[in-house]
Design a protein around this ligand. Structure first.
Ligand code: COA
Length: 380
């Protein structure tokens, strides 16, 4: 049999069939199970989108009510989990906590863990729902404040804001937070989703798969770009300094964070929606400083790229950090928020992987030593 071609980083390799996500990078289009991200962000919510991802279709009104009720009733954390969050080393990053807490959770929920597609993780939804509660609890404890028990009458996003602030967000803020979770819920065979599927392909548990995926997302090449965008915006300080900053960064061959994408060759559709949220939130809060800086960075960057004949557009991370900032969320929570949203996509992929499973087992191209003589220790 001929040797398969070597593709570094598996670029261009098709590793599975999937019905979950379609990305048209040339046209800048994204679909979850056939529904455009624009429709989902504007008309759906995180709970319904989670249903769509897990069941492959939109729910009826009755199904939605039942599903939403199950998600909401899973929000509260048991005392053992709260103790773990409270006692976790204070200097540890919340992504390290999330990775650990997922494994710990499996011992504290009514979860009939089965190493198969019949596992009831789709019914209990504990991992999907409780990640948000854990992130909120971590934030409260870090501020030396008490845990805020969840409200069951709020959307997933609005409840998250409520749990971190201890006050109900206004209707628009709640809607934006929830829509941000929709925007990040799924994105094909990215590194963390692939990680989840590799673990699932060994018929390990969904908890192990999701904990591994969180580890993958924690890496700076995957989650975390929006944190760096915010650091850039703070460093620039004012829109009048943005062009100079961009030109110097590009002259010094630095990457401008939040720009460019491996798959999209047009503006990331999620960035377009995120930009609308940022503009509206900035107006409502009477603070367009971050929006102005980002738009000026985008303009200056585009101008430089056009000179080189190489258009590169903003990705989802370009505007999301500023949106979170206006919602009062600190930078350290940006990647954990990504995790508490993408967990729906991970679970959908885990279930899909198990339905028609074959363990992942690629090969490596051996470039090491030729066979050689063993040398006894005393002769080395
Ligand atoms: C996302 C990213 C890793 C995609 O990488 P990629 O598809 O491998 O693209 P490449 O790194 O090969 O970039 C192709 C060219 O565009 C340039 N480029 C790409 N993104 C750039 C950016 N953000 N700033 C400046 N130049 C950029 C590269 O320097 C390269 O130029 P060259 O051909 O002169 O060497 C890359 O665009 C990037 O690092 N962006 C910033 C980080 C970020 O926002 N990540 C979040 C992604 S959702």
């Amino acid at each position: 049999m001929a040797e398969a071609a070597y593709a570094k980083g598996l670029e261009g390799v098709v590793a599975a069939e999937s019905e979950i996500c379609r990305i048209d990078g040339e046209k800048g289009k994204l679909y979850y199970v056939g529904y455009s991200i624009e429709d989902l962000a504007r008309h759906s919510n995180f709970e319904e989108t989670t249903y769509l991802l897990l069941y492959g279709r939109l729910p009826s009104r009755e199904e939605m009510e039942g599903f939403s009720g199950r998600m909401r009733s899973s929000r509260d954390l048991v005392p053992e989990i709260l103790d773990m969050v409270r006692n976790f080393p204070r200097d540890a990053h919340p992504m390290e906590l999330l990775q650990s807490v997922i494994s710990y959770l499996s011992g504290y929920v009514r979860h009939k863990i089965q190493h198969s597609a019949t596992c009831n993780c789709r019914d209990t939804l504990h991992q999907v729902v409780q990640l948000a509660s854990v992130v909120a609890a971590w934030h409260r404890f870090h501020q030396d404040r008490e845990y805020v028990p969840p409200r069951l009458d709020l959307s997933h996003g609005a409840n998250f804001l409520y749990m971190i602030r201890g006050e109900e967000p206004d209707e628009y803020e709640g809607r934006v937070m929830d829509a941000c979770l929709v925007l990040h819920a799924e994105h094909g065979f990215n590194a963390s989703t692939f990680t989840a599927r590799v673990v699932a392909s060994t018929m390990s548990t969904c908890y192990s798969s999701i904990s591994a995926a969180i580890g993958s997302l924690y890496g700076s090449l995957h989650g975390g770009a929006n944190e760096k965008v915010m650091a850039m915006v703070e460093q620039i300080g004012g829109s009048d300094r943005a062009a100079q900053w961009v030109n110097r960064a590009l002259d010094e061959k630095q990457k401008v964070m939040g720009m460019g994408h491996r798959v999209y060759k047009a503006k990331d559709p999620r960035a377009i929606i995120m930009e609308e949220f940022l503009l509206e939130l900035s107006r409502r809060k009477n603070d367009t400083r971050y929006y102005d800086i980002l738009k000026e960075v985008e303009r200056a960057f585009r101008e430089r790229m056009e000179e080189k004949g190489k258009p590169i557009y903003p990705n989802v991370d370009f505007f999301s950090g500023a949106v979170y900032n206006l919602l009062g969320i600190p930078k350290v929570l940006f990647t954990p928020i990504f995790a508490m949203s993408r967990v729906s996509g991970w679970l959908a992929h885990i279930l899909e992987q198990r339905r028609d499973n074959r363990i992942y087992r690629p090969k490596s191209l051996y470039v090491g030593s030729a066979p050689r003589e063993w040398t006894a220790l005393e002769h080395r």
